[in-house]
Design a protein around this ligand. Structure first.
Ligand SMILES: *[C@@H]1O[C@H](CO)[C@@H](O)[C@H](O)[C@H]1NC(C)=O
Ligand SMILES: *[C@@H]1O[C@H](CO)[C@@H](O)[C@H](O)[C@H]1NC(C)=O
Ligand SMILES: *[C@@H]1O[C@H](CO)[C@@H](O)[C@H](O)[C@H]1NC(C)=O
Ligand SMILES: *[C@@H]1O[C@H](CO)[C@@H](O)[C@H](O)[C@H]1NC(C)=O
Ligand SMILES: *[C@@H]1O[C@H](CO)[C@@H](O)[C@H](O)[C@H]1NC(C)=O
Length: 588
């Protein structure tokens, strides 16, 4: 019958039209690539584009000129491990158990059992399922094993990355001979104090015995000596073995260099990142280049050593900037720039307490902001944030709305066409409406600033006002008094005697007082109580969304577990090997 025939023809036309539209759409908007550059401990006062006139960062500045500069970009946490967990999962780190309830907020041994739980979903995992090639090059710091040294349950390859080359732990002072130890305080308490006590006891008892004042058995003196030797031996062992056991590079699941060598290290990792881009020029890819710079131990290669105006810190920062430039150049050469979203940020603010015994400053600048790494003062969490996507995002824009490093999760997932997981809370917000100028307001009305496990402060950007209220429930006790950090302990802690609690909370309007100098009072801010009330209610609502999860940074999960230790080959009573070939042949 003619009617049916007409219907079929109509259907065919419709179908062809749809096919055509689909084809046109996929041709017009191929999936973008993502290059996410993450610095370690770089302060917002360091890059030239954020106002530094003496530290030279021409490549980061070039990136900013071609994209959007976020001026209120916030790390989800002021420490590496929790901040990176939140970045990759788009969720506050308390949701994944990467929130310490003791003083140590990060992993300090490669052979501990804590880490990013396999049940967490990183945006790398989402992109991999969309056909992306995914790589993480550089620092990981989110754990390696759970139960045995071959499960790799926390390793990048279990979290959506096809390729990993870098440091499973973090760059520490102890990784570089001659730069001192981050453990000096703890070791002092654990070893030097008992050693001194034993020495004192030996002297007293020995003296008494010599003078014949009392009969001290020689065996007792011997036992004390043995104990002292044991403690000293353990101390020396720790210092001797720390480096090979914790500072090594891996390529995928294999150790590639143990202990890692700082020679040409940035050059090697950068070249590998460039090769990854070249290999995947024809497929959509996600590359996270997670710099070892500018965390201590500071290092730089021959071309940068001694060249900056800011000592070894400046050299390290300028070498990192060079690396950024290399990556941008590769994107240009391969004509990938217009189809690649590039992001640059830092996992937290500069570590202001990094000053050596000789007074050399090894920490960066947080600009006008108070405090630094390990605190939720603006200096600890307000980090550089640059997003560039030529032809899509308008160049040269500056956005002062509050954004978070957790926002990369939904942003990247949406652009890649990956549906967001529906079985869990995602705290990040898609940045695109803001970056495209479709929205003038950040989607974050409230942000919660955690210090490890503890809710430290709430930020409220009311939808109908320009104010940015920030209320602190506690603040770290700076030491010595009047200093801009916890210099006596080298790092600020989050609970107990290390903090001062505030009731009512300490309230600031960051939009008017970005330096957090003048806490508001009911007299200076008539709506004081009302504002705090709203923020406390928001905190209570947020608390209701939290679940009890295993603590990945519990003492049992951060201690060294010999059976989880990776060692490429035992030689001369130490782990040693070097399979880092600079040309990277054989790597994927
Ligand atoms: C390591 O643990 C995994 C998961 O628990 C298990 O499947 C595997 O057999 C274990 N390997 C060894 C060598 O014990
Ligand atoms: C570092 O790289 C340069 C240039 O490739 C090379 O000449 C030099 O030998 C390398 N140095 C070391 C210690 O590997
Ligand atoms: C630039 O960076 C260096 C190194 O962090 C720092 O010492 C200096 O104070 C910074 N300058 C400004 C204006 O922030
Ligand atoms: C990339 O995008 C910019 C801005 O739209 C445009 O000027 C340039 O010609 C594009 N480059 C290529 C290689 O398409
Ligand atoms: C903003 O809205 C809240 C209620 O939603 C209201 O109490 C407050 O007065 C408003 N503020 C301004 C500046 O309009």
């Amino acid at each position: 019958p003619p009617r049916d025939c007409l219907k079929t023809v109509k259907m065919r036309i419709l179908w062809l039209l749809l096919l055509f539209l689909d084809e046109a759409r996929s041709r017009a908007a191929p999936k973008p690539n993502f290059v996410l550059l993450m610095a370690d401990d770089l302060g917002i006062g360091d890059p030239g584009c954020y106002g530094n006139k003496t530290l030279r960062t021409p490549n980061i500045d070039r990136l900013a000129r071609g994209g959007v500069k976020l001026t209120q970009h916030l790390a989800a946490a002021p420490l590496c491990t929790p901040s990176r967990a939140a970045f990759l999962t788009g969720r506050y780190h308390v949701r994944s158990g990467m929130a310490s309830q003791n003083q140590v907020g990060v992993f300090i041994f490669s052979a501990s059992s804590g880490g990013l739980p396999p049940t967490e979903i990183t945006f790398a995992k989402l992109l991999k399922s969309q056909g992306y090639a995914t790589a993480l090059i550089g620092k990981w710091h989110l754990g390696t094993h759970c139960h045995n040294s071959s499960d790799f349950c926390h390793h990048p390859l279990s979290h959506g990355f096809d390729y990993f080359h870098g440091l499973p732990l973090t760059n520490l002072r102890d990784c570089k001979p001659g730069q001192g130890s981050v453990f000096s305080r703890a070791l002092g308490l654990l070893a030097l104090v008992p050693l001194q006590a034993i020495a004192l006891a030996l002297l007293t008892l020995g003296g008494l015995r010599l003078l014949g004042l009392c009969r001290v058995p020689a065996a007792a003196l011997g036992a004390l000596l043995v104990l002292a030797a044991l403690i000293l031996g353990l101390l020396l062992c720790f210092l001797h073995y720390f480096r090979p056991l914790n500072c090594f590079l891996m390529r995928n699941r294999d150790i590639s260099q143990q202990p890692m060598s700082y020679d040409n290290l940035t050059r090697r990792l950068t070249a590998d990142a460039a090769r990854f881009i070249q290999r995947n020029a024809e497929t959509p890819f996600l590359l996270i280049l997670s710099f070892l710079h500018v965390h201590t131990a500071l290092f730089s290669s021959k071309d940068f050593a001694g060249k900056s105006q800011h000592g070894v810190y400046g050299d390290s920062a300028e070498e990192m900037d060079w690396s950024v430039g290399q990556i941008l150049d590769v994107l240009d050469e391969l004509k990938l720039a217009n189809n690649t979203l590039v992001y640059f940020s830092s996992d937290q603010g500069a570590h202001v307490e990094e000053v050596t015994a000789t007074g050399e400053v090894h920490g960066g600048s947080n600009g006008i902001y108070k405090g630094g790494k390990a605190t939720n003062w603006e200096g600890g969490i307000r980090v550089p944030g640059i997003v560039r996507w030529p032809g899509v995002i308008q160049a040269g824009l500056e956005i002062d709305e509050p954004t978070s490093n957790m926002d990369l999760f939904p942003t990247v997932a949406n652009l890649a066409g990956a549906p967001l997981p529906e079985d869990r809370v995602i705290d990040g917000r898609d940045l695109m409406p803001l970056l495209l100028g479709q929205s003038q307001r950040s989607d974050h009305e409230f942000l919660f600033h955690y210090c490890n496990f503890y809710l430290n402060a709430v930020r409220w950007h009311p939808r109908n006002s320009t104010s940015i209220w920030k209320a602190f429930f506690f603040t770290p006790k700076f030491s010595p008094e009047g200093a801009n950090g916890c210099f006596d302990t080298h790092v600020c802690f989050c609970h107990g005697h290390s903090v001062t609690h505030h009731d009512p909370p300490l309230l600031f309007d960051i939009s008017r007082d970005p330096r957090e100098r003048e806490p508001l009072t009911p007299t200076s801010e008539p709506r004081f109580r009302e504002i705090l009330e709203v923020m406390q209610q928001a905190a209570a609502r947020h608390a209701k969304t939290l679940r009890d999860v295993p603590d990945q940074l519990s003492p049992g999960n951060i201690i060294w577990k010999p059976w989880l230790q990776m060692c490429c080959s035992w030689s001369g009573l130490s782990c040693q090997c070097d399979r880092e070939n600079e040309d990277g042949s054989g790597s994927r």
